[in-house]
Write a new protein. Structure first.
Length: 157
């Protein structure tokens, strides 16, 4: 018999795959189909709180320039999943985002996306989400900070 976690993972896998595909197509309505379509939805991104599906839809359309945005999103491995009873679950995954800018430069970011899911009559839906991003790969100054800190400690000894 399958575990509650296994069932949750199996049931949301196609929704996550569709979210990745729709993000790469910059198709806002397809992408938001996995989210609860109501005013109680909360989406937090880099400190900004967006309340309600309609407000998030408008903001997503702006971010993706009404579907004309460029860029690619790639899930980095499998999401971490948890279940909380039969009707609540949580996913967290890392996403690589890469976009070519008008000046020819490339912007790379790593996104962390965490979402609680609720089983609804229409199926599993995200009821809240938190996304944060950082430049990726991290700048050398941050990558080497820990190494420099360790070196400083060893020279003091």
């Amino acid at each position: 018999m399958a575990s509650a976690l296994g069932i949750f993972q199996q049931q949301i896998a196609p929704l996550l795959a569709e979210m990745e595909a729709s993000a790469n197509a910059h198709d806002t309505d397809r992408h938001l189909a996995a989210l609860s379509r109501d005013s109680a939805l909360i989406f937090i991104i880099n400190g900004e709180i967006i309340r309600g599906w309609d407000a998030l839809r408008e903001r997503q359309r702006q971010w993706w320039n009404d579907g004309k945005a460029t860029g690619l999103y790639t899930y980095l491995g499998e999401p971490t999943c948890e279940v909380f009873g039969g009707d609540l679950g949580l996913t967290t995954h890392l996403i690589a985002a890469r976009a070519s800018l008008p000046d020819g430069q490339v912007r790379e970011r790593q996104l962390a996306f965490t979402a609680p899911w609720s089983r609804r009559p229409e199926g599993w839906r995200i009821i809240c989400a938190h996304e944060s991003s950082t430049k990726w790969p991290r700048p050398p100054s941050l990558r080497n900070a820990k190494r420099r800190q360790t070196e400083r400690r060893s020279t003091r000894a």
